[in-house]
Design a protein around this ligand. Structure first.
Ligand code: PLP
Length: 436
């Protein structure tokens, strides 16, 4: 028998004598009854605590990577906690602005920002643009020369560092669609151009080596490479580097057996590596360190609730437990073969003696939510099932595949729940159809 590992839940989780799980004083199974399933549930205080941990380690140098999970309530929370916001499209910028997020605290990312997106960002007064390509530099300069305000720019660099994560989320290699190559000299040439032309305001350099990174030495190697670049910029371009943005990427525990560095351990490793590299390289600039965490702020704070709809036991093969969501609300298992755990929030302490596979409701055999997970042998249709650590890249990668409506998002705090994103309705499915 495998007991459910409650350490995968937010710190506020409690378990009563009957095995019912509550988060922030709110009973999970009752939330499913009240708001329906699938349902994304976030412990608001848990998100805030992670924002604070980053803030106390990096001061004003933290931008929450909104791609991990964004809605108006989240953008407001991030602002209240004193973080900047990283957006990677005109759409994310739109949501940020709808939330009233101060534009000068927004960093605009993306490997293929259109002229319209860049114009919108500059008109809005976005504080920083992380420039990804020579084409983008050209577009930005043209817009500024036409009278739009010049943003502070970071040159995004691929430092040629392996992050030891899934290849689809490894972004710091030379062979990447993102940024300017370091070893090829492209990054230095881009800096030289920005400083030389003087149209844009050169603020610093940026790298993001990947996501769900567990190894601190990968970040340390990126620091070495980036500080080397800072030194080269000082010497060869003659410009100080005010900001060194190391991107996001800190991994989180999805499974009991995972071990991930804490935010504090990550911060200490990065600060020490930067201090040492600056001293070793004899760099005069003291760039402000910036970081852009996404997953490590929201993933552990989120839990998805489903209802079991059917159970198919194939003798000698496996038992499929099908839930009312799947790849439309959590694309990570299909995309990255991501693994999760599962539990029954109304009886988390029941014997978990049977290995089952939790499947979604979509028309793909690959639509698996959790493969081979222990659950009680008397599992029944109609029970609520929960997957912890689903707060990042779930809602934001959600789709309407099979015309399934996207779930609501609920924040729980101090014994109360509030809907921050309403559940889609069938009417939403034809909202954009011109012929409907
Ligand atoms: C440029 C950039 N910054 C930050 C992040 C956030 O990464 P994570 O959610 O792993 O912290 C990403 C994610 O892909 C990214 O591309």
């Amino acid at each position: 028998m495998t007991a459910f590992d409650a350490s995968l839940l937010p710190a506020s989780a409690t378990l009563d004598a009957a095995g019912r799980v509550a988060i922030a004083g709110v009973d999970l199974a009752s939330l499913a009854e009240r708001f329906g399933t699938p349902l994304y549930v976030y412990d608001e205080a848990d998100i805030r605590a992670r924002c604070r941990a980053y803030r106390s380690a990096f001061g004003d140098g933290v931008a929450y990577a909104s791609k991990a999970f964004l809605c108006v309530a989240m953008a407001r929370l991030v602002h209240e906690e004193g973080l900047h916001l990283d957006v990677a499209s005109g759409g994310e910028l739109y949501v940020a602005r709808a939330a009233g997020f101060p534009p000068d605290r927004i960093v605009f990312h993306g490997n293929n920002k259109s002229t319209a997106e860049l114009r919108g960002a500059l008109e809005a007064g976005v504080g920083r643009v992380a420039v990804d390509s020579a084409d983008e530099l050209e577009r930005l300069e043209t817009l500024v020369e036409a009278g739009l305000p010049a943003p502070r720019v970071h040159i995004r660099v691929t430092p040629g560092v392996e992050a030891h994560t899934h290849e689809y989320i490894e972004t710091g290699n030379e062979d990447s669609k993102f940024g300017f190559g370091l070893d090829s000299g492209e990054a230095l040439a881009a800096v030289r151009r920005v400083v030389g032309r003087g149209v844009l305001r050169f603020a610093g350099v940026h790298c993001h080596i990947g996501s769900q990174v567990f190894r601190l030495d990968s970040f340390e190697r990126a620091v070495d490479k980036m500080v080397g670049l800072v030194r080269t910029i000082e010497v060869e371009v003659g410009s100080p580097v005010e900001e060194l943005n190391l991107g996001g990427g800190l991994g989180v525990r999805y499974l009991s057996q995972d071990t991930a560095p804490t935010i504090e351990q990550y911060a200490i490793a990065v600060h020490e590596a930067v201090g040492k590299a600056l001293a070793d390289a004899g760099v005069r600039s003291r760039p402000q360190l910036l970081t852009e965490p996404g997953r490590s702020i929201v993933a552990p704070a989120g839990i998805t609730l489903y209802t079991i709809g059917t159970i198919k036991a194939i003798a000698g093969v496996r038992t499929y437990v099908a839930v009312d969501g799947g790849m439309s609300d959590n694309l990570r298992p299909v995309t990255y073969d991501a693994r999760y755990e599962a539990f029954l929030p109304a009886r988390a302490t029941s014997d978990r003696t049977t290995l089952v596979t939790i499947a979604g409701k979509h028309c793909e055999q690959g639509d698996i939510v959790v493969r081979d997970t222990p659950l009680p042998s008397d599992l029944a249709v109609g029970e609520v099932l929960a997957t912890p650590v689903t707060g990042a890249y779930g809602h934001s990668l959600a789709s309407n595949y099979n015309k399934v409506t996207r779930p609501a998002v609920v924040f729980v705090r101090d014994g109360a729940a509030r809907v921050v994103v309403r559940r889609e309705t069938d009417a939403d499915l034809v909202r954009l159809d011109a012929d409907a």
